[in-house]
Write a protein that binds this ligand. Sequence first.
Ligand SMILES: *[C@@H]1O[C@H](CO)[C@@H](O)[C@H](O)[C@H]1NC(C)=O
Ligand SMILES: *[C@@H]1O[C@H](CO)[C@@H](O)[C@H](O)[C@H]1NC(C)=O
Ligand SMILES: *[C@@H]1O[C@H](CO)[C@@H](O)[C@H](O)[C@H]1NC(C)=O
Ligand SMILES: *[C@@H]1O[C@H](CO)[C@@H](O)[C@H](O)[C@H]1NC(C)=O
Ligand SMILES: *[C@@H]1O[C@H](CO)[C@@H](O)[C@H](O)[C@H]1NC(C)=O
Ligand SMILES: *[C@@H]1O[C@H](CO)[C@@H](O)[C@H](O)[C@H]1NC(C)=O
Length: 440
Amino acid sequence: MKVYKKMVVLFVLFSLLFFLISPVSFSSAQKDINFSRYNKDGIHELRGSLVFAHILFRHGDRTPVEPYPLDPWKNESLWPTGFGQLTNIGKNQHYQLGTWLRKRYSSLINQSYSRNVIYVQSTDVDRTLMSAESNLAGLFPPSNQQIWNQDIHWQPVPIHTIPEKLDYVLAAKKSCPAYDEELANVRNSEEFVKLDEKLSYLYEYLSDHTGKKVNTIEGVQKINNTLCIEVIYNKTLPSWTQKVFPSADMTYAADFAFKTLTYTRKLARLKSGPLLKEILKRFSDKNRQKLKPNRSLWMYSAHDTTVGNLLNTLNLFTIHSPPYAATILLEMRIEKKIPLISIFYKTSNEDPNPLEIPGCGIQCPLDKMYEIYSDVIPDNWDSECDIQYSLASFLISDEEDRGFAMNILAIVVIVVLLTTLIYLGTVYYRRRSYFRVLVY
Ligand SMILES: *[C@@H]1O[C@H](CO)[C@@H](O)[C@H](O)[C@H]1NC(C)=O
Ligand SMILES: *[C@@H]1O[C@H](CO)[C@@H](O)[C@H](O)[C@H]1NC(C)=O
Ligand SMILES: *[C@@H]1O[C@H](CO)[C@@H](O)[C@H](O)[C@H]1NC(C)=O
Ligand SMILES: *[C@@H]1O[C@H](CO)[C@@H](O)[C@H](O)[C@H]1NC(C)=O
Ligand SMILES: *[C@@H]1O[C@H](CO)[C@@H](O)[C@H](O)[C@H]1NC(C)=O
Ligand SMILES: *[C@@H]1O[C@H](CO)[C@@H](O)[C@H](O)[C@H]1NC(C)=O
């Protein structure tokens, strides 16, 4: 009898363990809460008090990264700075954004700069580093004790970076073979091949006139971008451009190309997953009072692709080219101890409205964020980038199947454990009976 009771306890324990292992089981408790609220004027009212914000932006106005071989404006001396560099216009855009951020986050930051309040991270590229510097000039103009030179209304603020080749979080350029393989599959997919066919006239026309082989939408995007900048800088475009620039097809190719790098959930997971994971982890740490130092702002200075990739990973991207200084804000408010996440996308001088997080609304509980985006948060980026790993998971390639497989595995493990226990229990019981027979 005692053995029987023990086994019941063990069974209950293993069942509990099973439910703990299986994250799907208890997941959707809060599914139908709508956290959206509007005041009389239709302006969003957000609940709770703001405690943390992540800011991710594109650099400001720049010169062309690489003019095409037959470009009449390809002489670098025709440009205010070298190629791919931040211009004075770009510096001003970020200085303005910095002053706007100071106002928006006045409840989080002091007039004075402190390393315990903000951390700034940039990709290792001149224009993003300089954009961050210009932005911080607007965000932290020195006052009181921090004034160090009466003639310079600026103070140094540290900006952190790592070489792009090592950076799998922000620049997202560290090598990832499984990503490259998936991207090649996407490019060879029927949808992309059809788009290439539809645009083949454009590829041909651009290749002929630019002196550069164009055979992808990204190739079109690059030419589009150079022409776009030359227009901003009042440079007369050669007459061949009139036929295709601007045109619906060329704009579409340039805009749509921002989706390519995160086109499937697997691409999103390997490209922007580490960044999203880091952001959610930081929110979670802040909420649990575990963030050290206990900061309130985190700034990322990056590129149009970074902005497009993160939005698409969040399922919030609408096809467009992210403009200069385009900014994603991810804010956490806490109401009645529940951390609520809101996401904004700022592309003009207007204050942005919160975006509707798919299936959750404009204020999404942090737990729910983890659930909604579980398909794009990598467990272990390094091993998932391994082709070996991706071959091993070939049979169960999509996420749901993988979750299902994990459950099956858990059931098998538990059945084996239980069978072993029952077997051992029976043997034990028989022995005891056997001994009893002997003794009595
Ligand atoms: C939540 O409610 C607001 C109005 O209060 C509505 O506009 C919005 O569409 C709702 N969102 C969802 C996801 O149901
Ligand atoms: C670029 O322009 C400068 C100044 O006009 C001129 O001296 C130089 O030769 C030009 N370079 C090329 C490669 O045309
Ligand atoms: C703000 O600055 C004052 C001194 O100027 C300091 O006492 C206070 O702790 C600071 N608050 C924060 C949140 O950093
Ligand atoms: C492409 O050109 C269109 C039209 O000029 C412009 O709106 C868009 O921002 C451009 N995209 C890129 C990536 O340059
Ligand atoms: C282009 O020309 C317009 C009109 O003269 C001027 O306002 C603008 O500043 C010029 N753009 C640049 C980048 O110099
Ligand atoms: C961390 O900062 C928040 C305000 O941002 C404050 O409410 C909280 O008490 C701080 N926690 C610790 C452990 O200092």
